[in-house]
Design a protein around this ligand. Structure first.
Ligand code: ZN
Length: 95
């Protein structure tokens, strides 16, 4: 092996891969959010409101991006997290 060859990092282990669409998600919550439609039946031509995976375009509209391993996640948009409320809840829970 050529010692000057770049050493590539090992491929990332999949975390929450969807067996339907093949996308990998950083968290279970993100995985859950990528599915849409009623649970009663799967989506198809006659049941467009049925359960299905969102398209990549739909994920991007929801703010999903991919990390360096190709896993999809939703970074908290600036200003959308109420840290004061979270601190207050933690303080109440610890009391
Ligand atoms: Zn999927």
């Amino acid at each position: 092996m050529d010692a000057s060859a770049p050493v590539l990092p090992p491929p990332a282990k999949p975390r929450n891969v969807c067996t339907s669409c093949g996308l990998d998600f950083n968290s279970i919550e993100g995985f859950d959010r990528h599915r849409t439609g009623t649970h009663a039946y799967l989506a198809d031509e006659t049941h467009p409101d049925g359960r299905r995976c969102r398209t990549i375009e739909e994920l991007r509209v929801l703010g999903f991006v991919q990390d360096q391993h190709g896993r999809w996640y939703q970074p908290a948009a600036a200003g959308t997290v109420d840290w004061d409320a979270i601190r207050a809840r933690r303080a109440n829970a610890a009391a």
